[in-house]
Design a protein around this ligand. Sequence first.
Ligand code: ASP
Ligand code: MG
Length: 613
Amino acid sequence: MQARRRDTTDFNLPPMPLIVQKFGGSSVANPEKILRAARRAIRAQQEGNQVVMVVSAMGDTTDDLLDLAAKITDKPPAREMDMLLSTGEQVSVALMAIAIHSLGHQAVSLTGAQIGVKTDGTFRKARIRSIETARLRKLLDEGNIVIAAGFQGIDDHFNITTLGRGGSDTTAVALAAVLRADACEIYTDVDGVYTTDPRVVPEARRVGRIGYDEMLELASLGAGVMHSRSIEFGKKFDVPIHVRSSFTDQPGTMIVAEPERPDLPVSGAAITKDEALITVQGVPDKPGTSLEIFARIAAKNISVDMIVQNVGESGKADISFTVPQNELAAALDAVRDADLIVGAEAIASDDQVAKVSVVGLGMARQTGVAQKMFRALADAGINIQMITTSEIKISVLVSRDRAAEALRIVHHAFSLDEEPHSPIRPLTPHAAAGDAAEIVSRLQSMNMEDLTIDEISLDNTQARVTISGVPDKPGIAAKVFEDVAAAGVFVDMIVQSHPAAGGHPSIGGSATLSFTVPQNQLSKSVDAARRIAQNLGCKGVSSSPIIAKLSVSGVGLRTHTGVAIRMFKALAEAGINLEMINTSEVRVNVVVEGLSGEKGLKQLQTAFADVMR
Ligand code: ASP
Ligand code: MG
């Protein structure tokens, strides 16, 4: 047996392949399905792998347990809820082990505590700190299939904790990371990741391979295939994840560092239906305003999305952002509190909006992607209320009643409904020994789910153009960026804010559109913008010849709320004013006045020093 041993710290022994197979609730919903999953694991072992299974609670068990508690009280103690919810997985691991034994093979089931999945003490959404591997290794080396309960761990005081709904994915990828598994297979009731939600767009296609960053963006946009935190683990510890159907042997979708076709600008599209828009109009354009607002919202644990700040006329700015529709009332309360200090001209909101986004690593290296999206929507007469673009994502806000249609249109515009013609780039073999050693040392020196910042950067090669008083009707953004492109200008960041319905009458009804261009193209861009403004009846064009774009990128930017806040705070403390903001899953960009770039960079480096990789 010793020869089968494969230690994380010894890279000289020829490794025996190890795979982690995770089965979701629907894949273990009844005894028959449990037996089917058991046979799959046995087969993998017979093919020469060590096998760790991670199992979720059967079918709707977790929901049923929640309902039971709710029949007793609507305020159950969080600790006891975790005690209760963790039983779902304990039932399924035991049954799985029983199934494997019944088929004549060796298996041992373990709870999170028995494995040594250590978490922090945040009941209902605990984060994994570390996982012990000794017991798992020993059982594997003895020839067992090890069956781990998903979704659970223990804190420092031996309390049972759970990782948040859908958390078994995170257990699986985390185990694959600490065991340096060769594969992490996620068995589920769909056969992979699709270009978009097939229930909304029947023409959606399964994707063969998708990048971690793309998947993170899509997951946070509500493409519900996987728990976001599991993708963060995958990215951070270089675990290839294979999402596939538990009912067939067909390959599903690989989630890895590089997408299948890096030349394609867009890999997927998503819709986030229940959004609400808040606009804070006419706030003094000075340092600390955004911080005042967003810190108060964050204090209520409301996640803010699509933040757009636009400098308007006469030293006033508009700040627009979206929040989940069901948190609108609470978010508005927070904004009203902030308003006592910032002194806005008006606060308005609209709860009939939805967000449509396209995501793709390839768009970072291509021009005209945003324009193509705007054009497709314009041709269908769909009005764009708000825009934000980041390196790998473009999001627009549209009225909810046209959102599904908008998704279908955009999906088609990027030919996501067709099998692409370009060649598939072969997958580079994963994690060489050197990387593995580095990853292992990283695993030992930190809490696994800590926020990590990979890069803080400054780009001071750009300028800003702002068109204000843009008519609020379909087709304007398409026209603007077609004309700008025709003038040979390369546009980087685009933000459009739009006063929500019921806004201040002097501002209402028109939007502000800002974009960044290379400094040496500024005069050309301003000329183009003036022509456009005149043709379309906009109010005016302003510009800033030198801006500085400061970016923070890393893993966990959104699940660790407060990254944007930390940025705003660091910049506000140095008296640096924000001109444009946009946030995504893997990066937060802010544009500040050009001369503050270096100073801003230093501030951010200090503010994030503790979490730099
Ligand atoms: N059973 C838990 C849930 O339903 C964890 C999981 O299925 O991943 O959320
Ligand atoms: Mg479940």
